[in-house]
Design a protein around this ligand. Sequence first.
Ligand code: ZN
Length: 423
Amino acid sequence: MTGGDMMELIQELYPILRSLTGDGVRETLSILARHNPIEIHEVPSGTSALDWTVPLEWNVREAWIRDPEGNKIVDICESNLHVVGYSIPVRKRLSLNALQANLHSIPEQPEWIPWRTSYYEENWGFCLPHSQREALQDGEYEVCIDSSLEDGHLTYGELFLPGESDRELLVSVHVCHPSLVNDNLSGIAVSTAVAEKLSGSNRRLGVRFLFIPGTIGSLTWLEHNRETAGRIVGGLTLTCLGDSAPLTYKRTFGGKAEFDRVASQVLGELVPDHKELDFYPYGYDERQYNSPGFRMPIGSLMRSRHGRFPEYHTSADNISLISEGQLEEAANVILNILRTMDQNRRFRSLAPEGEPQLGRRGIYRAIGGGGDPETRQYAMLWLLQAGDGFHTLLDVAERSKIAFGDIHAAAIVLEQHALIEWC
Ligand code: ZN
């Protein structure tokens, strides 16, 4: 998938009314399943999810407000942000004054519709531009939210690309936001592109992709997949990957995991202006994966930070906020991080006493293949010097300041000439 393909996928997913549960998530996953063979899981309401419980399933057919003249002035057919997520059903007439308690707008951004939810408290409401709210006339209004909140399922998608080893990497994105693009259709599209790209190749480490509703989805998955969780050696949550800000990596809780070092190495090589942040207990599902009972080394990749850009969770988080190039760069960086994790191994020199004579083995000719021969030769000397069985390729890349790809290519040549072995 190119950046253009990712944009197209985002345009297709944009109008769907998603929430923690419901048919919008199902429709989204069925579209994603056209790209990758995603397994779709349905978890019944009431199922335990660690300290939480899978909620009732929410669906909404119509939601609108009519003014005193009977005109529909707010309607989810125009924007699905208009209805507060998880609104209980309501159909009544009420005064403007009474209606105000159930309206939400942003005075500082009077033309934007905010996105609000009330997942864990029974409530109903509408979101609208502040300028429209200010212009409402006194009188009797009619409101209708034709929703259902009943026993059903939490739906999530999972895709597993097996590797030779039973250890795995994880890529997790939330699929619970309605018409919001950067947060998080960008993450969904990038994850889909990465999965599609990886599915054609062989790998040492398995790669697992989760398309889940935020928080409750990862809690549900963790409770019912403890063994799999224990096999995960690194991974990422993906969010806000399409805007114009440079890529930002949020480290795992420990901050010094192999995955943190790999992410830093790859970003250092590919995105000189990237940023790195220490873990903080706010954000997306990395909070659940890194919790003390699991401590999975899961970082997060983003551009703008959630809550720190003005368009966040408003109707202004639309297609105009993102670009093809940014999506493509993000996908490329993630592929490189996953590949580097896959290729990073401990190794041992098979000629550890003194310096082996490379010329005699025809190795100088072997390195002509790709890249700069001088760099490759220097990379070999570093590898042979470091080959005591305690160091990884990443250790050598970090210490030598040679790109990981050159270190890996040199290691392959040494392995082919029986000068190193993997441990
Ligand atoms: Zn969000």
